[in-house]
Each structure stands twice: as structure tokens, then as C-alpha cells.
Design a protein around this ligand. Structure first.
Ligand code: KG4
Ligand code: ZN
Length: 338
């Protein structure tokens, strides 16, 4: 083992995934254990914070052991411990933070606090070296943001949602369509079998800024479904899914391409759970190829789009190099921004 290699043990527990990874030099994922709790939350139609915290407590130690075992590293090989400290559910964050602090203290390792959203962007660094300036489209269950970066660790939010996040709109529309939570993946699959026949509004698409709004679209879908029920009319589910998805994609792609043009970026990173969306990935690729072929599109593979600790390890490497360490007073910041 070369002395210069940096091995980071990273912990992510901000929502409903308990995850521990070992990442070498911010790029090589030696292990990335993800314990999902989704089956426990499905029947409630969303994440129940108390249930999530309890699961994290039950899972975290085993995830650490498995991550170390799978990566075949010894504690002496580790350079630092990284942990998500926000944004997220306070109880969930605290479990990861407590585990990270204990591990770091017991093994005399530096502790690196990581912003969950920075982690989503840095998932791209596991695929390709980031080049600046770049634009990141961050689309998850809680966030929809366009983030401009001119160097590592420097984030400028140029646009964000004024109401619902893209993933949240998917999950709420999924509920009225009778799908199980989270419904983004299923709507994506249904959408590919239907066509945009309902023509829902494209929120703020023409407006001269990079903010988003999805609550008008969500209300249009919900109203249509409720009215149809009252009149006993049949709706076509695959067309509903396709029409909703087309509206979301039109707005996301239009604003993202405009932002890439105006900021003259070298790369476009797509990050967060909704980055798994096949329709979004395809359309962004098509439009970039046509309009801005010089911009390189980086979309992480599906397993790195959702919440995972490898992305936290990738973001932590930048902090490690800047020696941005925390003491043992590190606390959860549920509303942390970039
Ligand atoms: O980033 P993430 O795993 O958790 C948060 O930090 O929020 O994102 C979860 C969100 C959920 O809203 C889920 O419905 C959505 O990502 N999602 C998708 C797809 N797969 C997951 N949305 C659209 N299309 C997909 N294929
Ligand atoms: Zn996330």
C-alpha cells in the first residue's frame, strides 16, 4: 500500500438508507453497503422519522463491519471518518454522526462533516474527474437545484424549487395513481408505455430565471384524477404518467440547458434520486448533443444516484485535502444548505 493513498470510511444516514462505504483517494469505491428501510415505510406512504432512526441504530454497526470486510482494509489503513451532518431528518442524522464520532475517537482518526447535497454532486467524481466550471442539476426527494461550481467544494445555487421538489411531485402524483411509495421509478416505467395526451402545464418554463415550481403540475394531475372519479370517467394511467413526466422533463431540461449555455460550462452533472429517471437522462443527452455538444454529461449509475455513502466519501476527499475537520462537538444540521 502506498503511503499517499487516502482511505476514507464514510457514513450516510440522513433519511431512510443506512450506508457505509470505504473510498480510496476520492475516486475508488472499495465497498458501498446500503441497507434500505423502504419496506418499513411503504405502508405509511412516506418516511416515518422515528421508524427511520430506529432502523439506523439497528443497522449501523453491521454496515460498518461489512464495509470494512468487503473493502479488505484494516482500521490502521484508514485516513479519516466522514459523515453526512445535513440536510436530512435530525434523528437519522444523529445516528450516523454518533457512530462516526465514536469510531473516529476510538481510532484517533480525523472526523469530516459532509453536506448530503455535495455528496450527491460528488457521486459524479466516482465516474469521471470533475472539470470546472460545471453545472449540476440536483434532483431528489427533497431538493431541486441548479448548482454552479467553479472549483472543488465551491457551490453557487443559481436556481431552486419554490415549492415541491421534483421527487416529491413524483411521489405525490404516485399516491393519487395508487402506486406505492416512492413512486418515481414506477411512474418512469409507466411513462414509457404512454403518451403525453393530457398536456399538463410547464411551471415557470418561460420565466427568465432558474427557479422551478412543481406544485401547479401536481395540483393539475390531482384535480384531473379527482374530477374523473366524481364523474366516473376512466383515465389512462400510462398516459397520465407520460404526461406528468413530460412536463417535469420539459422544465428541467429547458432550464438546465439554458443555464449551461449562459454559464458556459464544461460539464453537466445530474445528481440525486430523480437522476435515475430514464426519460430525463435520455432527453438531456439528446438536447446536449444537439445544442451544446462541447458540454460533457455525467450521470452516475443508478446505484450511485440514490442515497449512498460512497458519494459522501468522494465529497469528503476534497474536505480532507483542505483539512476541514470537525471536533467532537459536531451536531446534525437538518436544514443545512450548500
Ligand atoms: O436522493 P434520494 O434517494 O433521496 C433524497 O435525498 O431525497 O431521492 C429519492 C427520490 C424519490 O422521490 C423517488 O421517487 C425519486 O427519487 N426517484 C425517481 C426515480 N427513482 C427514484 N424519480 C423519477 N424517476 C425515477 N426513475
Ligand atoms: Zn439524497
Amino acid at each position: 500500500m502506498e503511503q499517499t493513498d487516502i482511505y476514507i470510511l464514510a457514513i450516510e444516514s440522513s433519511c431512510d438508507e443506512t450506508s457505509v462505504a470505504i473510498v480510496k483517494n476520492g475516486r475508488d469505491v472499495l465497498s458501498n453497503i446500503v441497507a434500505s428501510q423502504i419496506n418499513s415505510h411503504k405502508r405509511f406512504g412516506g418516511v416515518v422519522p422515528e421508524v427511520a432512526s430506529r432502523h439506523h441504530v439497528e443497522q449501523i454497526i453491521e454496515c460498518i463491519d461489512l464495509a470494512m470486510e468487503e473493502a479488505s482494509v484494516k482500521i490502521e489503513d484508514l485516513s479519516a471518518v466522514a459523515v453526512t451532518y445535513g440536510p436530512g431528518l435530525v434523528g437519522s442524522l444523529l445516528i450516523g454522526i454518533t457512530a462516526a464520532k465514536s469510531f473516529a475517537w476510538a481510532n484517533e482518526l480525523p472526523l469530516i462533516p459532509v453536506n448530503h447535497m455535495a455528496g450527491h454532486i460528488y457521486a459524479a467524481q466516482l465516474i469521471e474527474e470533475l472539470e470546472f466550471p460545471l453545472m449540476a442539476l440536483l434532483v431528489s426527494g427533497g431538493h431541486t437545484e441548479l448548482v454552479y461550481m467553479t472549483e472543488h467544494g465551491d457551490f453557487d445555487i443559481i436556481g431552486e424549487t419554490r415549492d415541491d421538489a421534483a421527487g416529491e411531485a413524483y411521489d405525490k402524483v404516485g399516491r393519487v395513481l395508487g402506486l406505492t411509495y416512492p413512486s418515481g421509478k414506477e411512474i418512469d416505467e409507466l411513462a414509457h408505455q404512454g403518451k403525453d395526451s393530457y398536456h399538463f402545464p410547464r411551471g415557470m418554463i418561460k420565466e427568465d430565471h432558474y427557479d422551478f415550481s412543481f406544485s401547479g403540475l401536481k395540483s393539475s394531475v390531482i384535480n384531473l384524477v379527482h374530477n374523473a372519479k366524481q364523474r366516473d370517467e376512466e383515465l389512462c394511467d400510462v398516459d397520465l404518467a407520460a404526461s406528468f413526466q413530460e412536463s417535469v422533463i420539459d422544465v428541467l431540461v429547458d432550464k438546465t440547458i439554458r443555464a449551461c449555455q449562459e454559464y458556459n460550462v464544461k460539464q453537466l452533472v445530474v445528481a440525486g434520486g430523480v437522476a435515475a429517471n430514464k426519460g430525463l437522462r435520455n432527453r438531456l443527452k439528446q438536447e446536449l448533443d444537439q445544442v451544446l455538444p462541447q458540454v460533457k454529461l455525467i450521470v452516475p449509475p443508478i446505484n450511485l444516484c440514490g442515497d449512498n455513502a460512497a458519494m459522501i466519501g468522494a465529497a469528503a476527499y476534497v474536505e480532507y485535502q483542505k483539512q476541514h475537520f470537525s471536533d467532537m462537538h459536531l451536531n446534525a444540521k437538518p436544514s443545512l444548505t450548500l
